[in-house]
Design a binder for this molecule. Sequence first.
Ligand SMILES: *Cc1c(COP(=O)(O)O)cnc(C)c1O
Length: 428
Amino acid sequence: MLLRNIKVPSQQVSFLDAVRIGLGEQQGLFFPDQWPSLDVDALLAMPFVERSAAILGALIGDEIPQAELLAMVSQAFAFGAPVAKVTEQIGCLELFHGPTLAFKDFGGRFMAQALLASQRRSGIAKTTIVTATSGDTGAAVAHAFFRQPGVKVVILFPKGKISPLQEKLFTTLGENIQTLAVDGDFDQCQALVKEVFNDRDLVAKLQINSANSINISRLFAQICYYFEAVAQLTPEQRAELVVAVPSGNFGNLTAGLIAKALGLPIKRMIAATNANDTVPRYWRSGVWQVNPTVATLSNAMDVSAPNNWPRVEDLLAQGVIAREALSTQVVDEEDTQLSMRQLAQLGYLSEPHAAVAYKALKRELSPTEYGLFLGTAHPAKFKEQVENILGNPIALPPALAAVAGEASLAADLPADFVELRKYLLALE
Ligand SMILES: *Cc1c(COP(=O)(O)O)cnc(C)c1O
């Protein structure tokens, strides 16, 4: 299947080309404009990995043989996505059982497999992935490529500006994973990565590839866990299902809307944001007005210019999603904390991102509906905040406990492209 550049529709590329290129001309996003028809009931009866390979095969077409795709998916989705019961009427789709304890493991690990498949096609033996992270994405990408032959990964992060536990998840790996603590903020890290990609000599010499958040392979991967969620529900729950998604860049929401467009029984979706409410304001007023980003408890959602939104617009324009099927909610800091305490009283330990979605669901769910909210990160990933809000200590899961005591292997780097260039060339 060909993917079209939303901004420059004449640019049409295959899935693996879109994976390799990342962004299209004029910074346009790649997106399908046709959708396969699926036998949803048959799919829901299948096991997670097999079902996911079938869905991805239908989306991608014959560019990747089904056996190869199945192998890629079983590498990527090596952990589950269980629905935890919170009340009779509400469940949490837990997406944090991967190696870095956040839903970004699903997209990051499948993106790694797709980049490797694209590399196999081109006959290139070596590649260097250069990416900047403000926390979760870097860790997911690092783990996804750890010990992959022929791949070096260089991750830039703002020194001292991400949580110590988050940092340990990717700076302690070593081997083919190089980490750079940049003396600057996340925007400076991103600017440095941009300069790398503008340096054609450097890109050609090191076969540099990006692994950024708008890569279409991530979205496709995320569609699969919405099917996995519905597969776990009873027929009554499936009949009137409402899904609330804690949203920052709106990738997760886009994937859910695609799942709905593919025929998954989702009655409607709620996009829940924190105070960074560009989309909810736009949804009400029709005016796209980006305000300065504000820091909140749900910091992975502190995004004021969500880069996946044009894809949502495209689904509406294509007519595969009705405007009434989507609503938006803004949840402030007080309601976030209150919701975490309410969830704790119900016997469910949660964290700020999921709590935003839970609150949005509580506001909108009618008595005949069944609601799911997405648990995007493990509560222990936000240990200090969760303990402060709930007033109880929480235990670290084994993956975090194991790295907490290890030394960071990150090298220091000034926010200076000349220094970064020297560093990259010395990696060869
Ligand atoms: C990235 C992230 C989000 C936001 O997801 P988007 O797809 O960018 O909307 C929500 N919660 C957590 C924990 C995240 O890491």
